[in-house]
Design a binder for this molecule. Structure first.
Ligand code: E4P
Length: 218
């Protein structure tokens, strides 16, 4: 399973990259706003900065909701850097735009997926990735992981090449469960990724090894 980090924070992207486990980055307009990135040129520059840190796909989201505007915006984003994947919302014009981008060889990430039907449409349009938001489904008492499982079944039934990018991951168990189900990619915050490191027996064991070494070596 590929690991993407879901942030526009350059320090966190560098930290994940330095660990050697980072396969890509996802951003969205909310994450860009959180970093205080505003103005079209600053936003475009920020995407390039991200692409220069990570050797992998970087999702950059269009803010247009009308087909022609999405095409124009997406083509501009795609030209920024070879790592850019154009992120398009799951709306009717978005599906049309994904088909257009797909035919032109521009990679896409269909975002805001909350049902199997939406994932099926995105795959038929040729999306490179679909992003089912599992945390936001959990937030409304609906099983987000079950959606990943259902999409996996449907995609495998017809050998769709679209990759399932489990998004809105909130904690380490989401990551582990996505890996068990067979999500192709997960995207989450750095805190969820680094939480995978932790086990009290590791800490206790390491402390004992170092103490034993010190007891005979000084
Ligand atoms: C996906 O690409 C989104 O950026 C993201 O995962 C949304 O996560 P959230 O529900 O924690 O905002």
């Amino acid at each position: 399973m590929k690991f993407f980090i879901d942030t526009a924070n350059l320090d966190q992207i560098r930290e994940a990259q330095d660990m050697g486990i980072l396969d890509g980055v996802t951003t969205n307009p909310s994450l860009m706003a959180k970093e205080g990135i505003s103005g079209e040129q600053n936003i475009l520059n920020h995407y390039v900065d991200i692409c220069n840190i990570v050797d992998g796909d970087v999702s950059a989201e269009v803010i247009s909701t009308e087909y022609n505007d999405m095409i124009q915006e997406g083509e501009k984003l795609a030209q920024l850097h070879e790592n850019i994947v154009v992120k398009v919302p799951m709306i009717k014009d978005g599906v049309k735009a994904i088909k257009y981008f797909s035919d032109k060889g521009i990679r896409t990430n269909c975002t805001l997926i909350f049902s199997v039907g939406q994932a099926l449409l995105a795959a038929k349009a040729g999306a490179t990735y679909v992003s089912p938001f599992i945390g936001r489904l959990d937030d409304i008492s609906t099983d987000g992981l079950n959606l990943i499982d259902e999409i996996r079944t449907v995609y495998d039934n017809y050998v769709f090449e679209t990759q399932i990018l489990a998004a809105s991951v909130r904690h380490p168990m989401h990551i582990i469960d996505c890996a068990k189900i067979g999500a192709d990619v997960m995207t989450g915050p750095l805190s969820a990724i680094t939480a995978l490191l932790k086990h009290p027996l590791t800490d206790i064991g390491l402390e004992k090894f170092l103490a034993d070494y010190k007891s005979v070596n000084g």
